[in-house]
Every structure is written in C-alpha cells, then in structure tokens.
Ligand binder design. Sequence first.
Ligand SMILES: C[S@@+](CC[C@H](N)C(=O)[O-])C[C@H]1O[C@@H](n2cnc3c(N)ncnc32)[C@H](O)[C@@H]1O
Length: 463
Amino acid sequence: MIVEEIRLVRVNQNPPYDYREELVKLLSEDLDFHGQGNGVKSHIFHSFPAKFPPHLPRKFINGLTNENDIVLDSMAGSGTTILEALLARRNGLGFDIDPLALKIASIKVTALDLNSVVETGKHIVSNARAAYNENRDALISKLETKWDVKTREFIDYWFTQETQLELLALILQIEAIHQPDLRAFFELVFSATIITKSGGVSLALDLAHTRPHKAKLVVSRSGDIITGERAENGRSAFLTKVLRSSFDEFEKRLKINLDGLIISAPKGISAKILPGNAEYLPVPNSSIDLIVTSPPYASNAIDYMRAHKFSLVWMGFAIDYLGEKRKEYIGSEAIGNVKFEKMPAFTETLLAKLAQEDKKKSDVVRRYYSEMTRVLKEMYRVLKPGKAAIVVVGSSVIRGVDTETQNCLAEIGQNLGFEVPKIGIRNLDRNKRMLPAGAKIDNNSQIQQRMHQEFVIGFYKPQ
Ligand SMILES: C[S@@+](CC[C@H](N)C(=O)[O-])C[C@H]1O[C@@H](n2cnc3c(N)ncnc32)[C@H](O)[C@@H]1O
C-alpha cells in the first residue's frame, strides 16, 4: 500500500524570477519522458485515450506555480493535471463533458478510507457471486427490463449472456452503496474490468483503441468454445478472445486500484472536477495561475464515446443519449448547428487547401478551429496576466493534408492576445502510441513522423 507522501516542490520565490524565460526553458527540455513509468497513485485507476504522462503536468506545475496557486484543466479527461496539482499542494480545477471522464477524474482526486474500501469490496464480490449462483432467475428477469430496446441490442451484441448476468450482479451491489465517493470508486473498478486494451470482459478485442472489433471465436480460460467455431486450418487465432469471469477480473482490478488509493489529501487544498464546457467556463476573470490541458484531435480522430459507452450503459446511460452527447465534443464531425469563427490568415489558407480536396472535411476542421478559438478565448479571460497556458496537441492528416494544429492554434491564440514564445515537441513512445483510428503506419513518411509527435504550445498572457 502506498502511503501518501509529501512531494518536495520547488517554490519560485527568488526575485528577479523571469516567468517567461522559465516557460521557454521548460518547453525546451525533454518532454518525452520515455522510460519514466506511468506514475503511481490513482493515475493507474482506469485507462484513458491520449492521457498525459503525469510527468508532463508535473513539470509545468512545479516550474511555474507556487503552493496554494490554482491550476486549471478545462478538458480534464482522466484528471492527470488535477491529480498532479493536488499532489504538489496546488488547488486544481477541472472541467469535462464526458460522463466517464468526469467519474474517473473525480474519484482519482478523492481520499478514501482504506478499511471501508477493502470491506465494501469483499461484500460486493461475495454478494454478487451469491446472487449469480443462487438467484439467477431474479437476475435474468432484471436483465429483461433494465434497458430500452437500443441499449439492450448494444449489450446483447457486445456481452455474452453469462457476462451480462455477472456484470448485473456486480453493478446491483455497487448501486446499493450509500456513500457516494465509495460508490463512485467501485463504479470505476467495474468500468476498468470492461474498458481495457484487450476489451476486458466484453466481446470487443480492444477498447483502448477507438474502433472495437468483435471477437469471432470466444473461448473460456480452459479452452472450451463459448461462441463461434474453430477454423480447421487453425487461422482462427486472429479475432479469438479468451473470456474471463467478471468476478475474477473485478477482484484483480480492485487489488490494483487499492494500490493507487489516496488515503489522505493535503489539508487546505481543493481539487474539483466539474461538468462543464471548455468554451464557456464558470470561472472568474484573471483568477487562474496556470492551465495545463489537451483538447481532442480534430475530426473526431480519437472517439472517446466509442469505448466509454461499453461501461456507461451499465451505469444508467442510454445508448441514444450517449450518441447525442458525442456530437457535443470538440472535434466532432457533426457540423449542423455550429457557429463558425473568423480565422486568421495562415489557418484560413490551410482550410482552403483542405477544401480543394474535400469541402466537408474542411468544414469539420473549421468547426474544430472555431471551437478551439472559443476555448483559447476563455483561457485568456480566466488566466492572470503574466501567466501561461500549456496546451498539448497532436496533428491530424486529413485527405493527405496535415492540419498543422500546433501552428493554427498558435496563430489563433496570438490573434486573441497571447504570446507564443515556444512550441515544444514531444516524441511519443511508438510502442505505446495509440494512433487515431484509420491511421496507417509508414515510418518513412514525413507525415507519419509527425503522427508520432505531440506539440506542447506555451501560451503566455502578457502583463
Ligand atoms: C485528450 S483528452 C484529455 C486527456 C487528459 N489530458 C488526461 O490526462 O487524461 C481531451 C478531453 O476533452 C474532453 N472534451 C471534449 N469536448 C469538450 C468540451 N467542449 N469541454 C470540455 N471538455 C471537452 C473530452 O471528453 C476528453 O476527455
């Protein structure tokens, strides 16, 4: 068990301290963080596409803020920045619109009593196993009435009947927990048994990537066929899945998450995660000391909802609602009701070039840059003068045109009053990289080289 330790932080109090120079220095240093591990603590609670290595927000928090300062992440995802702020004794404020991201980030920054978690965990598993073994009929009839038709179809397509019974037995126990933080913690353990790289206990072969493929042959751990047929030539290994017991997987995941549990949070420091749109923040003007954030890719290249719905349907979210919600994400491809903003020259030229290849895609990217214009405008409004926003982006290649996200966002930011003293480059670990759906790998192509990089844009709000 990891006991919360006090992290030693650097306090920048030696005048004359040149903040802008420090920003440039930090952006010029190593931003790859290869071989430095994924961190400990509740960072390990749940997978999340394109999440920060904890070292990244840590570097800027330690280098650019003091204890008790306020750090914002307006597209907080799994809450890496806010957890790092808390661990470094800074106040953290995170917003997101994704229901699962909000659950993950909130519980990651919540201190819980270890004994209560261990005891509740034991109860959940033993009661759920008992219900599954002794009360199957009751579970079967609940399964029949729990969802609307479309959500039901989704669940029937992606989960075997036995897995459905196991998961229902578990989630019913979790829903019965009175203490909200404890319930949220176990919802996350539950979700992490489904959303894993291997597709967890669903029939998907991979839920860490964005396009789930369904297994054609499903076998038990002892090799018995559950669904599908074994091909005679043995080629069926491809698209084969070994399905495990949801109870065993839940227990395994619980053990892992117990190791990351925060059992005491620093006193007097707040870490808040709230539902909210990064384009319109309920945050006062000039109140934030540092922003560290990363928006989605343009053109929905990483589709969060595609994987998140696999566990959200078990927590009361209907599939139709989630489909509608997906259209609200920055970078979504829906362009029906979107307000376009005026673009500065370089960005406009790039959009015109893309429109020559594909007008619709160009409008999708125009939507993205319009949304990001409003996001950057909000960042400028809420930042204190003389402070910075660190925005991490990847570029996308659409119809052979590089969206040059880092250069367009820098230009848009400058147009709004920011200075952009430096754009740092982060080389992604190729083995770990989750490429946007549809991306083909050709390591010699220049564009592909860039797909293995992220850009760390330093926006500075002048005094
Ligand atoms: C690249 S992820 C952030 C990952 C995060 N840095 C981490 O370490 O987990 C981008 C996030 O932006 C969120 N998002 C999309 N549209 C948003 C909006 N309008 N307002 C706030 N968040 C939004 C997505 O739900 C997603 O969680």
